[in-house]
Ligand binder design. Structure first.
Ligand code: SUG
Length: 418
């Protein structure tokens, strides 16, 4: 089997809830205190994976992490019963579903040692995400255990914030060929934190043995962060030789484009002008938090967008004009991930792209229709139907969440492994 792009989706965990934990993430703030629907959420995620399989794409997944995180609570000398509400919510968060933040990935053709490198992200800017990296690192070590083909790195140390692939773009002629890697960091964000620090991006690039002559560090626009683009993947996405971006994504727009063109002369930059789609509409509709994928059999590229993009008139009009034109993006595929979207996580947030030979991955993390059926059955039978904010410390709910996860691990042959 040749090297290919596999999208690993984070399964939406049974503790999925709306606790308003991410300042700067507008959807998370707007939905704070709403009642969540973990079962429907996880089934939406499964359907997204199914749709990708049917497009002929390779699909993998990651298990939800064990929540509440008892080790983290132990470290804080507390537990779910006595913790303050914000600590309780942070310990219970299902935020590991957003696998684009699990790690940064550099495929083998880009690395000097010919291995695919993955660095677990420390996610240290947000308390509820800062304790994901232990479980995530362990899971990556298991899924990509074959060290002839993979190198899995631990998170970059504090105080340098790293949010993984959400702030990283790779451009190349084809997935299996060497490309250029673009790390997007933040400096200021008005009232909101810039979560990706340049020191972390540089550390990851060094760990991945990237060629400095083919690596760029570009600054995200402060106005984009202030406008709710807490990760670069809210305003830009790349695939092969195409960069699909909002006009206001980068602080130094022309210079950034020139730097990219200098390293990759045949890059196609598809820019959405702010006068057609405002930054606010881009953040609300998440048209850039799309999976930009290359379809098999030379069908060109498709943009897998959240249904919210279809409902925003300015966005949908622009997208339809785009696919009707002569550009590289030929098809729009809306998917319903509303439960995740209400916490600021679109189709692209839910997946980590790993370009590698699927034969080298632990097969327990690879999806096919039958496995998705089995997973959906477990989710339908065990995931809580709803979670209200005042339920987070509830002993019966905690038991339900733990048992549901255990049932999923079991059906995937991962019992006791994570
Ligand atoms: O880190 N939301 C996530 C959404 C992550 C989206 N990922 C990418 N853009 N790649 C975040 O802000 C909200 C949780 C809550 O409020 O309960 C949250 O963590």
């Amino acid at each position: 089997m040749a090297i290919t792009e596999i999208n690993f989706d984070g399964i939406i965990g049974p503790s999925h809830n709306y606790a308003g934990l991410s300042p700067g993430n507008i959807a998370s703030a707007n939905n704070a205190g709403a009642v969540s629907a973990p079962r429907a959420a996880a089934l939406q995620g499964i359907e997204k994976m199914r749709a990708n399989l049917r497009l002929g794409l390779a699909q993998g997944f990651f298990m939800p992490l064990d929540r509440p995180n008892k080790d983290w609570l132990d470290g804080l000398s507390t537990d779910m019963e006595s913790a303050e509400p914000h600590i309780r919510a942070a310990a219970f968060s299902a935020s590991a579903m957003w696998a684009a933040n699990a790690a940064t990935v550099s495929p083998a053709p880009d690395a000097a040692d010919g291995r695919c490198h993955l660095s677990a992200a420390n996610l240290l800017t947000m308390a509820h995400r800062s304790h994901e990296c232990t479980g995530t690192h362990a899971q990556l070590q298991l899924a990509f255990a074959d060290d002839r083909h993979f190198a899995v790195h631990p998170p970059v140390p504090a105080p340098y914030g790293d949010e993984g692939a959400a702030n990283h773009m790779r451009l190349c002629a084809a997935h299996g060929e060497a490309g250029i890697e673009v790390f997007v960091y933040g400096k200021g964000g008005g009232p909101f934190p810039a979560r990706q620090h340049i020191e972390a991006s540089k550390a990851v690039a060094r760990a991945h043995k990237l060629d400095p002559a083919k690596t760029l560090f570009i600054q995200q626009a402060e106005a984009a962060i202030a406008g709710g683009a807490f990760h670069n993947d809210v305003v830009a996405v790349a695939n092969e030789n195409v960069l699909f971006t909002h006009e206001l994504a980068f602080e130094y727009r022309q210079q950034s484009y020139a730097d990219i063109r200098a390293l990759m002369p045949d890059v196609q930059i598809v820019e959405v002008p702010a006068e057609r789609v405002t930054l606010a509409d881009a953040v609300q509709s998440y048209l850039f938090n799309a999976q930009l994928v290359t379809l098999p059999q030379a069908q060109g590229m498709a943009l897998i967008v959240p249904t919210e993009a279809e409902e925003n008139e300015a966005v949908w009009t622009w997208l339809n004009e785009m696919v009707a034109g002569n550009g590289p993006i030929r098809r729009l595929v809306p998917v319903d991930v509303r439960q995740s979207m209400a916490n600021g996580g679109g189709p692209a947030c839910l997946r980590l792209r790993v370009v590698c030979d699927p034969a080298h991955v632990d097969p327990r993390f690879l999806a096919d229709e039958a496995k998705l059926d089995a997973m959906a059955a477990v989710i339908a039978a065990t995931w809580p139907e709803s979670i209200a904010p005042d339920q987070l410390g509830d002993a019966a709910l905690i038991r339900n969440v733990q048992e549901a996860r255990a049932a999923l691990l079991k059906v995937c042959g991962l019992e006791g492994a994570l």
